[in-house]
Design a protein. Structure first.
Lengths: 533, 323
C-alpha cells in the first residue's frame, strides 16, 4: 500500500518534471483566452480590406515574409533573410520546413501566387494592390529563394512585405473572400487556426501545434468584438473577458487602482494633428476665416508661416495630454516617436508660449487676431471633439476667436478631402519610416506619383518634394534616413501641419496575464501570455 | 378580403420604392463610402480603382437604375464592407434580433398584463400605487443607462449573469437559437429585460386604463348583477375588451423593437441586425442600409396587417373591408 503511494508520487513528480522540460505548464496550455476588441473585423480574407482590426486577425492566422516586432522593427518572418542583390532586385530566402494548417508545404510558389492575387480581389474597398505594384517580375531561384525585380531602386520592399500575408497556391487557387469569411479557407501558416467565425460577433481560434515560431500560450482563443466602450470595460471587470483593447481614457484611473487588473501601454505611431488651409493663395479668402465682424479678410492668413507658428505655440500640448487625454498621449512636434527610424531628434514638441504667439500674430499684421472655425470628427480618434474644444479655447486666448465644429467621421472626412475647411483635426497612423507620412501628407499632391493622397490641407514645398524623391530610390539606409530627417525638419519648420500628440496604445487584462504592447495598435492573441508566477 | 390584401401589398411596394430612393440620395449626400473604407495610405490610383470597383463612379441615377434592375431579381447588392450579399448578411443576423424582440415582448406581456390588471381592479391599494410609480421609471429611464446599470449590478458586482454576448446556441433549421440552452438563456435575460422595460410600463398603463374604463360599462355591471363570479367577469368580459389597444400597441412596438434595438444590442454586444445597421451607417455601407430599411418597411406593413386581422378575431364588429 505504502509502496503504491510512493510510486504514484514518483510518477506525479516525473510527470511534472517532463512538463517543465517541455517548457509550458500543462495548466496554462489548456486555458481559453477571452479577448474583447473594440473595432469589428470585417473579413478573414487577408487581402480584401486594409484595416487595422483585419490586419491583427490576419497576423494570427497567416504569416508575412517580413514580420515586425512590438516596436515595429522588421524581423524575419516566412523569410529568414533578405537583401538587395542589385539596384533593382531584392532577394528573399524563405524559411524551410514551414507548413500550412492543412499540411501543405510553404514554398516560393506560394509567394508568387500571393503577390499575383493582391490586385485581383474583387470588390475590395481598400486593397493591398499597392504592395504588388513596384514588382515588375518575380523569379523563383529555388523553392526557398525568390527574387523581386523592380523598375527603379525600391528601398521600401521589406517594409511592403510586412503588409502582405502569404497564402497557399493550391488551397487558395480559386478562393473568394466569402470562402475566407466562412472559415473554409482561412488557412495560413500562423500561430492560430480558425475554428469558427461569426461575422461582427466573434472568431474562435485553436492553437497551431506545428507553428514554426514561439508556441502560443493558450489552447483556444475567443476573439470577441465588443464595440461599446463601457461594456467592454464592464465585461473585463465581471470576468467574462480576460483581455481588452482600446481602453477608454475615462476608465484608466479606475483600472489602475484595481488590484485585479493590469494595464499594458506603449507610445504608438498615431499622431493627432491639425491640418491647415494651404490651398487658398495669400490674397484669397479661406472658407472659415473672417475678421472679428464676420467680414471676409481678403487674404488667407494661414499662408503666413508666422501665423502658423503662432497657432502652434498657442496650444498647451501638455495640458491636453494630461487633462483631456488623461495621460494617454505624448506631446509631439513630428509624426514619428523617438526611437523610430527617421525620427528627427532636434524637433521637439513646440513649447506653449501665448505671449510669443501674440507677438508673431502682430508681426504678421493681425494684432487683434481674426475669427476661424476649427473642424474635427467626433467619433474617430480618442476624445477628438474634446481636443478641438480645448484648442479652440487656447486659440481664442491669443485673439484668434475660434468656433468649433465637430461632426461624424463619415461627413467630416469627405468635406476635409474637398478642402472645405480652414483648419481641422485629423490623425495619421504612420509606418515606422518617415517616407510614409511624407509621401501621404506632406508631399505635393500628384496623381501620377501617387503623392499627397491624404494631404488635405494641400501643403506644398519644393525642397521637401526633392528630398523625398531622392529618399524613395536610396538603397543605403543611413543616407536614406538623413534625407527623410531633413525633409521632415523642413516640414516642421514650415509648420506644414500642427502636430498635437502621439496617442498611447492601451490594453487591459486580468491579473495573471502579461502582454507585449505593440506600437502598431494590433491586438493579437500571440502577444498575451500567462504572467510568470 | 383578397382585394384588401392586394391593396396592402401595393401600398407596401410604393413605400419600399420611396424608401430606396430616399436612402440612395441620403447616403450620397452624407459622403463618399470609399473615403471611409479605404486605407489612409492608398494613393489616388488605388482610390479610383476602389470607386470603380464599388460602382460609385457612375452618376447617381445610373447607380439607382442598376440597383433597381437587380432588386427586381431579388439581388439587393453586395455589402461594400463584407463583400457578401446584403440580404444574406441581414438574414443571418435576424434570428438573434428576433429572439431578443420576442423575449422582450412576451416578457412585457407576461409581466405587464397581470400587474396592469391588478392596478386597474384595485386602483387605490398600496400595491397598485407602487406599480404605477414603477412604470413611470420604466418610461423615463434611458435604455443605455439602464443597460449599463444592469451589467454593473448583475454581472460586475453580483456576478450572477454574464455581461455580454449571446452564449451557447443550438442550431435548428440552419439558424442558431440561444433560448434552448441554460447558458444562452442566462445571456438573453438582461438584454431582453432591458428592451422590455419600456414595454412593460406601456402594457401596465394601457391595461390599467382599459380595466378602469370597462369596469364602469353597463355590460360589466349587468354581468355582476347576474351573479357571475368576479373571476368570470374579469377574465371573460373585461379582459377580452381591453385587449384591443394592448394588441395594437404591442404589435407596433414589436416592429420598432426589431428595427431599432440598436442601443440594447450594442451595449450587450448582441450580434443582431441592430448592431449591423449602426456599423453600416457609420461606414456608409449603402447596400446594407437600403436592404435593411426595405426589410423593416415590409415588416411594419406585415405587422400592421396581422394586427388588423387580430382585431377582427377579438372584436367581430370590425370588418376588413376595401373602401
Amino acid at each position: 500500500m505504502r509502496d503504491s503511494i510512493r510510486m504514484a508520487a514518483a510518477a506525479a513528480v516525473s510527470a511534472a518534471a517532463m512538463a517543465g522540460a517541455l517548457g509550458a505548464s500543462p495548466a496554462a496550455a489548456q486555458q481559453v483566452l477571452n479577448m474583447g476588441v473594440g473595432s469589428p473585423v470585417t473579413s478573414l480574407d487577408p487581402h480584401y480590406h486594409q484595416l487595422s482590426p483585419n490586419n491583427a486577425v490576419s497576423d494570427m492566422i497567416f504569416d508575412k515574409l517580413v514580420g515586425t516586432d512590438a516596436a515595429a522593427r522588421n524581423i524575419p518572418g516566412l523569410a529568414t533573410e533578405w537583401r538587395a542583390v542589385g539596384p533593382t532586385t531584392w532577394e528573399f530566402k524563405l524559411r524551410p520546413g514551414v507548413k500550412f494548417h492543412n499540411g501543405n508545404d510553404f514554398t516560393a510558389e506560394d509567394v508568387v501566387f500571393t503577390i499575383q492575387r493582391l490586385p485581383n480581389v474583387p470588390n475590395s474597398p481598400s486593397s493591398y494592390a499597392a504592395y504588388a505594384r513596384p514588382i515588375v517580375r518575380m523569379e523563383i531561384v529555388d523553392p526557398l529563394t525568390i527574387r523581386f525585380h523592380t523598375a527603379a531602386p525600391y528601398p521600401l520592399m521589406p517594409m511592403d512585405m510586412t503588409n502582405v500575408r502569404i497564402l497557399d497556391a493550391t488551397t487558395h487557387a480559386n478562393a473568394a473572400t466569402e470562402d475566407f469569411n466562412a472559415g473554409r479557407v482561412a488557412i495560413g501558416t500562423g500561430p492560430w487556426r480558425v475554428l469558427s467565425h461569426r461575422s461582427g460577433d466573434r472568431i474562435e481560434f485553436e492553437r497551431n501545434p506545428n507553428f514554426w515560431g514561439e508556441a502560443p500560450a493558450f489552447q483556444r482563443v475567443n476573439y470577441r468584438m465588443v464595440t461599446n466602450d463601457a461594456t467592454r470595460t464592464a465585461s473585463l471587470l465581471s470576468g467574462d473577458l480576460d483581455f481588452i483593447d482600446q481602453v477608454p481614457t475615462s476608465d484608466l484611473a479606475r483600472l489602475r487602482r484595481d488590484q485585479n487588473m493590469r494595464l499594458s501601454e506603449t507610445v504608438g505611431l498615431r499622431l493627432i494633428f491639425l491640418g491647415l488651409d494651404h490651398l487658398r493663395a495669400e490674397n484669397e479668402n479661406s472658407p472659415f476665416i473672417t475678421d472679428h465682424e464676420g467680414k471676409p479678410l481678403g487674404r488667407n492668413p494661414l499662408r503666413d508661416v508666422r501665423v502658423r507658428r503662432a497657432l502652434s505655440m498657442a496650444i498647451d500640448r501638455k495640458a491636453i495630454a494630461e487633462r483631456v487625454m488623461e495621460g494617454a498621449a505624448t506631446p509631439s512636434g513630428q509624426f514619428l516617436p523617438p526611437g523610430t527610424f527617421s525620427h528627427v531628434p532636434d524637433v521637439q514638441a513646440p513649447a506653449y508660449n501665448p505671449d510669443m504667439a501674440r507677438r508673431l500674430l502682430a508681426e504678421a499684421g493681425y494684432p487683434n487676431g481674426f475669427r476661424i472655425t476649427l473642424a474635427g470628427p467626433n467619433d474617430r480618434y480618442i476624445n477628438d471633439s474634446r481636443i478641438i474644444q480645448a484648442v479652440g479655447q487656447m486659440w481664442t486666448r491669443i485673439g484668434v476667436r475660434t468656433a468649433v465644429e465637430a461632426q461624424t467621421w463619415s461627413t467630416f472626412v469627405g468635406r476635409a478631402g474637398r478642402q472645405e475647411f480652414s483648419s481641422f483635426l485629423i490623425g495619421w497612423g504612420s509606418n515606422p519610416d518617415g517616407s510614409h507620412p511624407l509621401r501621404n501628407i506632406l508631399a505635393t499632391v500628384s496623381r501620377e506619383r501617387g503623392w499627397g493622397a491624404s494631404n488635405r490641407g494641400r501643403f506644398s514645398n519644393a525642397e521637401v518634394d526633392s528630398l523625398l524623391t531622392q529618399a524613395l530610390v536610396e538603397l543605403d539606409e543611413p543616407k536614406r534616413e538623413q534625407l527623410l530627417i531633413r525633409a521632415q525638419r523642413i516640414a516642421a519648420e514650415q509648420v506644414a501641419v500642427i502636430p498635437l500628440h502621439i496617442q498611447t496604445n492601451i490594453w487591459a487584462m486580468r491579473r495573471g496575464l502579461t502582454h507585449t504592447p505593440r506600437v502598431d495598435e494590433l491586438t493579437r492573441a500571440q502577444d498575451v501570455r500567462p504572467a510568470a508566477q | 378580403m383578397s382585394v384588401y390584401l392586394l391593396r396592402r401589398l401595393i401600398q407596401a411596394l410604393g413605400v419600399v420604392l420611396a424608401m430606396s430612393v430616399i436612402v440612395f440620395i441620403g447616403v450620397f449626400a452624407i459622403g463618399d463610402p470609399v473615403e471611409i473604407l479605404i486605407s489612409p495610405d492608398a494613393d489616388q490610383m488605388e482610390r479610383e480603382r476602389a470607386i470603380a470597383a464599388l460602382g460609385l463612379d457612375l452618376p447617381l441615377w445610373q447607380q439607382y437604375a442598376i440597383f433597381l434592375g437587380k432588386a427586381v431579381q431579388g439581388d439587393l447588392g453586395r455589402s461594400f464592407v463584407f463583400n457578401e450579399p446584403a440580404l444574406q448578411l441581414i438574414l443571418q443576423r435576424m434570428p438573434a434580433t428576433l429572439e431578443l424582440a420576442f423575449a422582450a415582448t412576451f416578457g412585457a406581456i407576461l409581466i405587464g398584463l397581470p400587474l396592469g390588471l391588478y392596478a386597474g381592479l384595485k386602483p387605490n391599494s398600496v400595491g397598485s400605487k407602487a406599480i404605477m410609480a414603477g412604470s413611470i421609471l420604466g418610461f423615463s429611464l434611458p435604455t443605455f443607462w439602464v443597460g449599463l446599470m444592469l451589467i454593473m449590478v448583475f454581472a460586475v458586482q453580483l456576478g450572477w449573469l454574464p455581461s455580454t454576448g449571446r452564449g451557447e446556441t443550438v442550431e435548428i433549421l440552419g439558424t442558431r437559437w440561444s433560448f434552448l440552452t441554460a447558458d444562452g438563456l442566462s445571456h438573453l435575460l438582461m438584454p431582453a429585460l432591458n428592451l422590455a422595460l419600456f414595454k412593460i410600463s406601456l402594457v401596465i398603463r394601457l391595461t390599467r386604463a382599459g380595466v378602469r374604463e370597462t369596469m364602469l360599462m353597463d355590460y360589466v355591471k349587468f354581468a355582476r348583477a347576474k351573479g357571475l363570479s368576479p373571476f368570470r367577469v374579469t377574465f371573460v368580459h373585461v379582459f377580452k375588451n381591453i385587449l384591443i389597444p394592448v394588441v395594437t400597441v404591442t404589435g407596433l412596438e414589436f416592429g420598432s423593437t426589431i428595427a431599432f434595438s440598436v442601443v440594447t444590442e450594442s451595449i450587450f454586444a448582441w450580434p443582431g441586425m441592430g448592431k449591423l445597421i449602426i456599423d453600416s451607417i457609420n461606414v456608409l455601407d449603402r447596400p446594407v442600409i437600403v436592404a435593411y430599411l426595405m426589410i423593416v418597411v415590409m415588416m411594419f406593413i406585415t405587422i400592421n396587417l396581422v394586427v388588423d386581422l387580430m382585431y377582427s378575431v377579438l372584436d367581430p364588429r370590425v370588418r376588413l373591408e376595401s373602401k
